[in-house]
Design a protein around this ligand. Structure first.
Ligand code: GLN
Length: 204
């Protein structure tokens, strides 16, 4: 008899930004979304999305709620996907201006890198994800200016990475939750979480 594997529980850091849209995307991709506002809520999760917003405000919230260290630990051991401000929080170095980060993604990222006039735009990129070009919605977006050797680039803008993967981590400088007709980005994260769970099941 074929038994479907259990759906993964994936948290969405629910401080700021469109976390509800991420939750909808996760549900459509076969995961159970869980809103996370306290450190206890990280327990038992199979993965986590850190959405966009204002990374400096998110940092303050993480520190005030005593969530920073637990979140960092979670990022060191579990699949995590950071979008826009979430990508800024994951990077090992933040510029313009420099600010603290979780430091788990081997990348240097520049905040608000596209200036004021064109601070929001929709562009398309070739992608290593299966299928056609990827639609990318940028809102006061950061730019990844350096990546380490373990970082795979899955999409780009003007020759700079916009979607990357490093082991269990993914980061996007755009907002995939705002492209409801194309769930490839969230699906690839849910697939990453599921492949980790299968490995764990085999090992136990
Ligand atoms: N400009 C924001 C920052 O620097 C990121 C924007 C976003 O998440 N849409 O944190």
């Amino acid at each position: 008899m074929h038994v479907d594997p259990p759906k993964p529980h994936i948290g969405v850091l629910a401080i700021q930004g469109d976390y509800a849209a991420h939750a909808r995307a996760l549900a459509e991709c076969g995961a159970i979304p869980v809103e996370v506002r306290k450190r206890e809520e990280l327990r038992g999760l199979d993965g986590l999305i850190i959405p966009g917003g204002e990374s400096s405000t998110m940092l303050k919230f993480l520190e005030r709620r005593d969530l920073f260290d637990d979140l960092k630990q979670f990022c060191q051991s579990s699949p995590v996907f950071g979008t826009c401000a979430g990508a800024i929080l994951l990077a090992r170095e933040v510029r313009n201006p420099p600010q603290a980060s979780l430091g788990v993604l081997d990348a240097v990222i520049e905040r608000n890198a596209y200036g004021r006039q064109i601070d929001s735009s929709i562009l398309f990129s070739e992608t290593k994800l299966p299928g056609d070009k990827l639609e990318m919605v940028f809102i006061r977006a950061p730019r990844i200016v350096e990546t380490g050797p373990s970082v795979e680039v899955l999409a780009h803008r003007d020759g700079r990475p916009t979607l990357v993967r490093q082991g269990k981590l993914m980061a996007a400088t755009f907002h995939p939750e705002l492209t409801p007709d194309d769930r490839r980005v969230h699906q690839s994260f849910v697939d990453l979480v599921n492949s980790g769970l299968r490995k764990k099941m085999k090992a136990s």
